[in-house]
Design a protein around this ligand. Structure first.
Ligand code: S3P
Length: 451
């Protein structure tokens, strides 16, 4: 359990021939974390098919074990979680290290908040810099005690509430993690916990809570403000979960095929939850060729096979209201914008600054060192597209999405693009390099890129 390999692994990518083939990206990270957590709280055996077997999620699996649940992978590839019931988690004997995983640690804080157990959390060099107060503050209102470094950073110890108090909490930023932490704390709290969400963010927690049998009620007013009411202390029923492919991982082959001339690929079984498809909407507005070739529903979620062909793109204005539905996709959108004709303006990006890295600055710097013209503001980015000179070395700051995005920039650059560390890709998309290679792309050792 814990942090990824400490040695960094530089990698580069140069101009690519056409990408062709049919691929399936791994399971959705958000749903994978949540299925392990709700499985740990259900009484009996939850099965999970298609779990994302990446470092972030494996850290959550280890955390659920540390809290007393049984989590095993069967020879059939299906994961089985034997849960302890709401309120049944045990005090871990050691520190829980979540590595790079913000979702893992923040949601687990909610999970343990309504039980009188002490839990010490830590993470890697990226996670210890990220703000935890956004989750700890509402949990403190519910009765949690925290001993933390100043600024509420990891490592920290939480003691859950012996007599948790239900709250009504208005989420002050567009964050599904904050919403989810309060709801998970509400599970163990008697009475009704209410979360008011002014800006709609991914709703996997709400959908899965309902699926596991919790009494949850959601009302949306005329202004789009959602009021979510959860009845505490339900008996959760174990489920058979099938995890759809992660749209945030599918984003990489989708953009790669869009920008590399001659490409024609199919990406299978992509989760098309409305709170997750902002990138696809934006690419279509830019002139991308993305066709839904098959559609189906599973476990209350819409899935699609997408055919993506190369297309000439033009710059667009991406409205701030779309940011929550594509918050993890701006780095790869910036790559599409780098080859588009004209300017792409992205707005409402303040949350990008508190991801695995300050992603707004990492993207702008990565574009600049590769000769792409862009300007960055506190919460916006403008990219002026054209031929991409490339040749730069991108600093990834322990951020998997920065690494994958700039390797794809290399596919369309005149000179190869290098990233200082591709090791972090294993946190969310361990098959990325194989999958892209299978489509016809090539990666290279950075030392060789000048040859
Ligand atoms: C996630 C929510 C988002 C997202 C993250 C996964 C989740 O974070 O960036 O990758 O699974 O709830 P925020 O809630 O901080 O926006």
């Amino acid at each position: 359990m814990g942090s990824h390999a400490s040695r960094s692994r530089p990698l580069a990518a140069g101009k690519s021939g056409p990408l062709q083939g049919r691929v399936r990206v791994p399971g959705d990270k958000s749903i994978s974390h949540r299925s392990l957590m709700l499985g740990a709280l259900a009484l009996g055996e939850t099965t999970i098919e298609g779990l994302l077997e990446a470092e972030d999620v494996l850290n959550t699996a280890a955390a659920m074990r540390a809290l007393g649940a049984t989590v095993v992978k069967g020879a059939d590839g299906v994961w089985r979680v034997n849960g302890l019931g709401v309120g049944g988690l045990l005090e871990p004997t050691g520190v829980i290290d979540f590595g790079n995983a913000g979702t893992g640690v923040r949601l687990t804080m909610g999970l343990v908040a309504a039980q009188p157990i002490a839990v010490t959390f830590t993470g890697d060099a990226s996670l210890v810099k990220r703000p935890m107060g956004r989750v700890l503050n509402p949990l403190r209102d519910m009765g949690v005690e925290v001993i933390a470094r100043s600024g509420d950073r990891l490592p920290l110890t939480m003691r859950g509430a012996a007599t948790p108090v239900p709250v009504t909490y208005r989420v002050p930023m567009a964050s599904a993690q904050v919403k989810s932490a309060v709801l998970l704390a509400g599970l163990g709290t008697p009475g009704v916990t209410t979360v008011v969400e002014p800006v709609f963010t991914r709703d996997h927690t709400e959908r899965m809570l309902a699926g596991f049998g919790a009494a949850i009620d959601i009302a949306t007013d005329a202004a789009g403000v959602r009021t979510i009411r959860l009845e505490g202390r339900p008996e959760l029923k174990p489920q058979a979960v099938t995890v759809p492919s992660d749209p945030s991982s599918a984003a990489f082959p989708i953009v790669a095929a869009t920008v590399v001339p001659g490409s024609d690929i199919i990406v299978e079984g992509v989760l098309m939850n409305p709170a997750r498809i902002g990138l696809i909407e934006t690419l279509l507005e830019m002139g991308a060729s993305i066709e839904v070739v098959a559609e189906r529903e599973t476990g209350g979620e819409r899935l699609a096979d997408l055919r993506v062909r190369h297309a000439e793109l033009k710059g667009v204005d991406v409205p701030a209201v779309r940011a929550p539905s594509m918050i993890d996709e701006y780095p790869i959108l910036a790559v599409a914008a780098a080859v588009a004709e004209g300017e792409t303006r992205m707005n409402g990006l303040e949350e990008m600054r508190v991801k695995e890295s300050d992603r707004l600055s990492a993207v702008a710097n990565g574009l600049k060192v590769n000769g792409v013209d862009c300007s960055e503001g506190h919460d916006w980015l403008v990219v002026r597209g054209g031929p991409v000179p490339g040749g730069g070395l991108v600093t990834t700051h322990l951020d998997h999405r920065i690494a994958m995005s700039f390797l794809i920039l290399g596919f369309v650059a005149n000179t190869a693009v290098a990233v200082d560390d591709a090791a972090m890709i294993a946190t969310s998309f361990p098959t990325f390099e194989n999958l892209m290679t299978g489509l016809g792309a090539a990666f290279q050792e950075p030392e060789h890129r000048a040859a």
